[in-house]
Write a protein that binds this ligand. Structure first.
Ligand SMILES: *Cc1c(COP(=O)(O)O)cnc(C)c1O
Ligand code: SF4
Length: 468
C-alpha cells in the first residue's frame, strides 16, 4: 500500500524501502565502520573519536541514510544533532583527547583522561535521580519522580538508552556511565502501590532514555498494570520518546510495531489515553515517508501525539525552522507542545541560546503559524521551582524586564503567576537572572528554600528537554 503524503513534494525526502531491515546502531568503537564517514578526512574522524571519548555517541542507519544531508556537513542540523563536534569541548581538553587518539592510546587511558573533563561539564545538573523521589513506607520508591501534583514520572530500567543520542542530551552522564541508574525501576509494582496511595495523580509519564527502545512485550509489563480498574484516577499514560524521529520503523515495520498499536487500543478500551510525547528537533525529522507513516499509524491506533524539543544553537536556532516544524506537525495531526531552553550541562557552551534570543526566535515563529500550532508554550525552563516560560519583555517604571510565568510549579498555587526579572541579554538560565524593581528575591524563593534541597535545574522529558 502506498502512503499518501500530506506534505508537498518539495518538502519531502524520498524514502527507502526498510522492510526486512533490522535496527542497526553504531557507537564510538564503530566510527570507522560508518560508510558515510569513509570519504571524510581522517582528521575529522579522529576529532569525532576524541570528543566521543568524553560525550556519548550513538547513531543508526536510518539517521545516516535518510536524515543527514551529507553534502552539507558539518553544518547539517541532524549531523550537529547526532555527531560529536570539536567545539563541544574546551580547546585544551579537545587537544588533549585528540593527542591520545592520534597516539593510539588504549581505551582505558582515554577513559581515564575523559573523567575529569566529564566532571567539569556539570554531569548531574539536577541530581535527577535523587531529587523528587518520593518516599513510601519510609523507603524511596525506585524509578519514580513526583514533582508536579498531577503527574508521576516513571523510569523503567529497560528503557534507559535511545535509538541514537542527541549531542545536547542532559542525560549524557548516564550514557557514558558516570551517573548510575540505581533509581531506574525494574518492575512496576512499587509504581502501582504508590499510585494507589496517591489519587491526586492523573497521569503517568514513562520516560528514559527512550522507553520505545523496549520491545513491546517488555513495555507491556510496565503499562498493563496501569490499566487496572483500581487505578481509575490515572487517566493518561504518556510515553516520552524520540523514536518517531530516530527510528520511526518502531511503529511501522519492526516485528512488534503492530503489537504496540494494539497496546494503545487496549489502553483505550480500559478507559485510558496513551499520549506519545514526541521529541522532534528539526522539521526534517518529519519529512520522510517512514516518519509520516509512523505518525499516521500511532494516531489511527488512538494515541495523541504532542511534540516538544529544546532550542539548540547549530540545530534549530531560527524562527524559520520552528515555523516549518510546527506547521508540519499540525499537517500531520500532531500537537505542538513545548519549546524548551537548553539546560546547564554537557556541551552547553556549544549549544546555548540566550533567553532574549530564544524569546525572539519563539515569537517570530509563533506569529507566523495559525492558531492550530499555538498550543505550543515556550521558551520554557525546567528549573527547581517549576517550568518557567519567558512570556515576553516589557518596560515598567523605566526598567526593562523579562516577564516570566510558571507553567508548572512545585507548589500548584504558583502556576500562572507572573513575575519579573531584570532584563539581561546574556542570561541563559534562571541562575543568571535577578529580580526586577530592586527586589531581593523572587516571590517563590523563601518557600522553595523551606521545601528542602535545591539545585539550579531539574530533569524533564527532553532535553532536555528530557529530552527522550
Ligand atoms: C514537564 C514535567 C512534567 C509534565 O508537565 P506537563 O506540563 O503536564 O507536561 C511532569 N514532571 C516533571 C518533572 C516535568 O518536568
Ligand atoms: S534527548 Fe532523549 S532521545 Fe536524545 S539522547 Fe537524550 S534521552 Fe535520548
Amino acid at each position: 500500500m502506498t502512503y499518501k503524503h500530506p506534505i508537498a513534494p518539495e518538502n519531502r525526502l524520498t524514502s527507502k524501502d526498510w522492510s526486512g531491515r533490522r535496527f542497526r546502531a553504531f557507537t564510538r568503537s564503530e566510527i570507522d565502520r560508518i560508510p558515510q564517514l569513509q570519504s571524510l578526512p581522517v582528521a575529522t574522524r579522529q576529532a569525532m573519536q576524541a570528543v566521543s571519548a568524553v560525550l556519548p555517541f550513538r547513531v543508526n542507519e536510518y539517521v545516516l541514510e535518510e536524515l543527514i544531508d551529507w553534502s552539507d556537513i558539518p553544518n547539517d542540523p541532524i549531523y550537529q544533532l547526532t555527531f560529536p563536534q570539536p567545539g563541544m569541548l574546551g580547546e585544551d581538553e579537545f587537544e588533549t583527547m585528540l593527542g591520545h587518539v592520534r597516539r593510539g592510546s588504549d581505551n582505558a587511558t582515554l577513559t581515564a583522561q575523559a573523567r575529569p573533563i566529564q566532571a567539569s561539564l556539570n554531569p548531574h545538573p539536577a541530581g535527577q535521580l535523587e531529587l523528587n523521589v518520593p518516599q513510601f513506607d519510609g523507603e524511596s520508591v525506585e524509578g519514580i519522580q513526583h514533582k508536579y501534583r498531577e503527574t508521576v514520572l516513571f523510569f523503567p530500567s529497560a528503557g534507559q538508552t535511545c535509538h541514537a543520542y542527541c549531542t545536547y542530551c542532559f542525560r549524557w552522564a548516564q550514557f557514558v556511565g558516570i551517573e548510575d541508574l540505581r533509581m531506574a525501576a525494574r518492575q512496576s509494582d512499587h509504581l502501582v502501590r504508590y499510585l494507589q496511595a496517591h489519587t491526586e495523580v492523573e497521569g503517568v509519564l514513562i520516560t528514559g532514555g527512550d522507553p520505545m527502545i523496549m520491545k513491546t512485550k517488555v513495555l507491556r509489563r510496565y503499562v498493563e498494570p496501569l490499566l487496572d480498574p483500581a487505578l481509575e484516577h490515572v487517566r493518561t499514560i504518556r510515553i516520552g520518546t524520540k523514536a518517531p524521529a530516530y527510528w520511526p520503523q518502531r511503529f511501522v515495520t519492526d516485528d512488534d510495531a503492530d503489537d504496540f498499536l494494539r497496546l494503545i487500543d487496549e489502553a483505550r478500551a480500559a478507559g485510558k489515553r496513551i499520549a506519545i510525547m514526541a521529541h522532534y528537533s528539526h522539521p526534517r525529522e518529519l519529512s520522510t515517508d517512514m516518519a509520516q507513516r509512523a505518525l499516521e499509524r500511532i494516531q489511527s491506533a488512538g494515541a495523541v501525539v504532542r511534540c516538544q524539543a529544546p532550542l539548540i544553537r547549530h540545530v534549530n536556532d531560527s524562527s524559520d525552522v520552528w515555523t516549518e516544524m510546527w506547521r508540519r506537525q499540525v499537517e500531520l495531526g500532531a500537537v505542538p507542545y513545548y519549546m524548551f531552553v537548553e539546560r546547564d550541562t554537557g556541551a552547553k557552551r556549544y549549544f546555548e541560546v540566550p533567553l532574549a534570543r530564544a524569546l525572539s526566535i519563539f515569537d517570530g515563529a509563533y506569529r507566523r503559524t495559525s492558531g492550530l500550532a499555538r498550543t505550543v508554550r515556550g521558551p520554557s525552563l525546567s528549573t527547581t521551582p517549576g517550568k518557567i516560560v519567558v512570556d515576553g519583555t516589557a518596560t515598567v517604571a523605566g526598567e526593562r524586564v523579562f516577564v516570566l510565568k510558571f507553567l508548572q510549579a512545585r507548589n500548584p498555587d504558583w502556576v500562572g503567576r507572573h513575575f519579573f526579572a531584570h532584563f539581561d541579554r546574556h542570561a541563559t538560565w534562571l541562575d543568571d537572572l535577578r529580580p526586577a524593581f530592586g527586589e531581593r528575591r523572587f516571590f517563590f524563593e523563601d518557600e522553595l528554600a523551606a521545601m528542602g534541597p535545591t539545585r539550579s535545574s531539574e530533569p524533564d522529558m527532553v532535553p532536555r528537554a528530557r529530552v527522550p
